[in-house]
Write a new protein. Structure first.
Length: 188
């Protein structure tokens, strides 16, 4: 009896760990939001990112995955742009039918801007949603698929003088996040 079990394990060992292509494809979402949070927000997608993802899920029948850009969210955008670009390129290879939606709030919007100039293929991205983008330096190849939201009075992305207008509630509660989600859903 013991010999039979050992034989069965030995015969199955080469196949263990091999994932059939259909199982990999089943794990791929229909769409994925790759979102860079704002300055000093904890890891993840941040408050604006959460609101955007939830709104987008309500506007599409597709499954929507989420990837929070891995970067320190302090004053630099280089590591975030590299992480974003690397993740989107990985997904393009691993899940070629997944529609990518890029997004960012405040410093995170600048991360997205920088990533679009760093060799990120535009054809891998269905839509871009930016909020409170202080630089507004998105690569021209992404312009037609981008919505760039600036809250009224926001001094970071506009000519306002009302600092609280740049905070997350100004974007979430004003309808700007829902408007961006509708735009992105229309591009999926």
């Amino acid at each position: 009896m013991r010999l039979r079990r050992l034989t069965a394990v030995a015969l199955l060992a080469p196949t263990l760990g091999i994932v059939p292509p259909s199982a990999v494809a089943a794990a791929c979402p229909g769409a994925e939001v790759v979102f860079a949070r704002g300055r000093e927000e904890p890891p993840g997608v941040g408050a604006v990112g959460d609101a955007f993802v939830n709104s987008l899920r309500g506007k599409t029948r597709m499954s929507v995955g989420v990837y929070g850009v891995n970067y320190p969210a302090n004053i630099t955008t280089i590591s975030g742009a590299n992480d974003l670009s690397g993740h989107v390129q990985f997904m393009a290879r691993s899940c070629p039918n997944t529609r990518e939606v890029l997004g960012g709030y405040s410093l995170g919007a600048e991360v997205v801007d920088r990533a679009t100039w760093g060799g990120l293929p535009p054809d891998t991205v269905a839509a871009v949603a930016l909020f409170g983008n202080g630089t507004r330096r998105l690569a021209p190849a992404f312009a037609g698929k981008t919505i760039d939201q600036c809250a009224q009075g926001d001094p970071i992305c506009g000519r306002g003088t009302n600092w609280p207008s740049h905070l997350q509630p100004s974007y979430i509660n004003s309808g700007l996040v829902d408007q961006a989600a509708s735009f992105a859903a229309g591009r999926l």
